[in-house]
Design a protein around this ligand. Structure first.
Ligand code: NAD
Length: 410
């Protein structure tokens, strides 16, 4: 099941639980604006190439649309629309003054040279400039787009409109108006959220064994931050295998190994490290399972075998709706993606705010704000879960939909 289909099911469950009106349901199912453009640019050999691009603004009732731009051969309009809606929900979960958007170009970026990519990106920026802007729609990176691509869009937009604040787009390089703390924001936000739960639940970090699936940007930073707080990281995986150490890993040493380009399964430092399969890792005995790799990792096939009482979704959609039901029946607490990985979009929002105010916040200022925002959002969702006797995911959707509904009526 795709993230898109998962999202529709989760959304429907929340709408039923909160008895959402048909008119509001219709509004949330209908994006405000869709722009489709044909982008014509020159290849290095002098020939012309035309590719199709999109920008969807799902909702701007709470603020400018916010959401990524992806470059991918399988960009699908239905999926882009659903993901734009998902961004409206995610920004509302975090109470950010932003709505939801998404966009992309149907292209294989690996088949283009850097100069071709730049010409295509700049042509796309010119085509979408009439509908984007600091007060209308603020895009960001997504699949196969990065800080360089965001810098080109900001530059092109500045040339056309004269607005060189950079507030038209986030995820820019640090020297071009990007924010401190964006690199670790997703992992850090998830940690602040869980720390809020842990402290109120009276659990001691040093007694908690953690398994992390995925050791890329999100998973590696998560491991490092939790390790620094005293949690014991006992299991880790990348796409090629998993490792387990009952005594807990020295994360700095594992990071150095991985960043040198080696597989996790080749890691050794003299300790008794077991090599296990990725499937076994998910079912390993631990207290916290962090999913930081891909979607659809816990399904109706393996959900009943998960032993961790706490599961944190750092990836988008790693648990299918069927698996979610099984985990709930088994008393597991799932911290849902729309909250647990929202640190990333929150710091993107901070980048936009800094650009608008012509300010530059330090890493510790960014983190202090993020900590407050994550714990406030977690508590609002926990309260809604109690009010509706439901799980945290459904509660997060309810909190977000209520906030969007309030903005419609104000
Ligand atoms: P990444 O590409 O840097 O890392 C992904 C990691 O998962 C890699 O270590 C890879 O080897 C591993 N992996 C892939 N398949 C695996 C498998 N079958 N079993 C175990 N490990 C596997 O990506 P990332 O930026 O860390 O993002 C991870 C997830 O988090 C994605 O779902 C992404 O959408 C989501 N996310 C990331 C951010 C962010 O700021 N990085 C923000 C929000 C959501």
């Amino acid at each position: 099941m795709s993230l898109y289909e998962n999202t529709l099911q989760q959304f429907k469950k929340a709408a039923d639980t909160m008895k959402l009106s048909q008119s509001m349901l219709d509004r949330l199912n209908s994006p405000e604006k869709i722009l489709e453009v044909n982008i014509d640019f020159k290849k290095d050999d002098g020939s012309q190439m035309i590719v199709k691009g999109f920008r969807v603004q799902h909702s701007t009732v709470r603020g400018p649309a916010k959401g990524g731009i992806r470059f991918h051969p399988q960009v699908d309009m239905g999926e882009v629309q659903a993901l734009a809606g998902w961004m409206s929900i995610k920004c509302a979960v975090m109470d950010l003054p932003l709505g939801g958007g998404k966009g992309g170009i149907i292209v294989d970026p690996h088949a283009l040279s850097e100069t071709e990519k730049e010409r295509m990106t700049r042509a796309f920026a010119r085509a979408i400039t009439p509908i984007i802007g600091p007060n209308k729609d603020v895009p960001a990176p997504d699949v196969y787009t990065n800080a360089q691509i965001m810098d080109w869009i900001a530059d092109e937009y500045g040339k056309i409109t004269g607005d060189t604040s950079g507030a038209v787009i986030t995820g820019k390089s640090l020297g071009n108006g990007g924010s401190e703390g964006r690199d670790t924001a997703t992992a850090q936000g998830g940690v602040y959220m869980f720390e809020e739960f842990r402290e109120t639940a009276g659990l001691e970090a040093k007694n908690l064994k953690v398994v992390i699936q995925g050791f890329g940007n999100a998973g590696m930073h998560k491991a490092n931050i939790l390790h620094g707080l005293g949690y014991s990281i006992v299991g880790l995986s990348d796409s090629r295998g998993a490792i387990y150490n009952i005594l807990g890993f020295d994360i700095e040493s594992v990071m150095a190994h991985k960043l040198s380009g080696k597989k996790l399964s080749e890691y050794s430092n003299g300790d008794d490290i077991q090599k296990i399969s990725n499937e076994e890792l998910l079912e390993t005995d631990c207290d916290i399972l962090v999913l930081a790799a891909l979607e659809n990792q816990i399904t109706d096939k393996n959900a009943k075998n998960i032993s961790a009482p706490y599961i944190i979704e750092l990836a988008n959609g790693p648990i299918t709706p069927q698996a979610d039901e099984i985990l709930q029946r088994n008393g597991k607490a799932v911290f849902p993606d729309i909250l647990a990985n929202a640190g990333g979009v929150t710091v993107s929002c901070y980048e936009w705010m800094q650009n608008l105010a012509k300010e530059k916040w330090t890493r510790s200022e960014v983190q202090a704000k993020l900590k407050i925002q994550m714990s406030t959002s977690y508590n609002a969702i926990k309260d809604a879960a109690e009010e509706f006797s439901t799980d945290l995911r459904t509660a997060a959707y309810i909190v977000a939909i209520r906030r969007i509904e309030r903005a419609f009526h104000s």
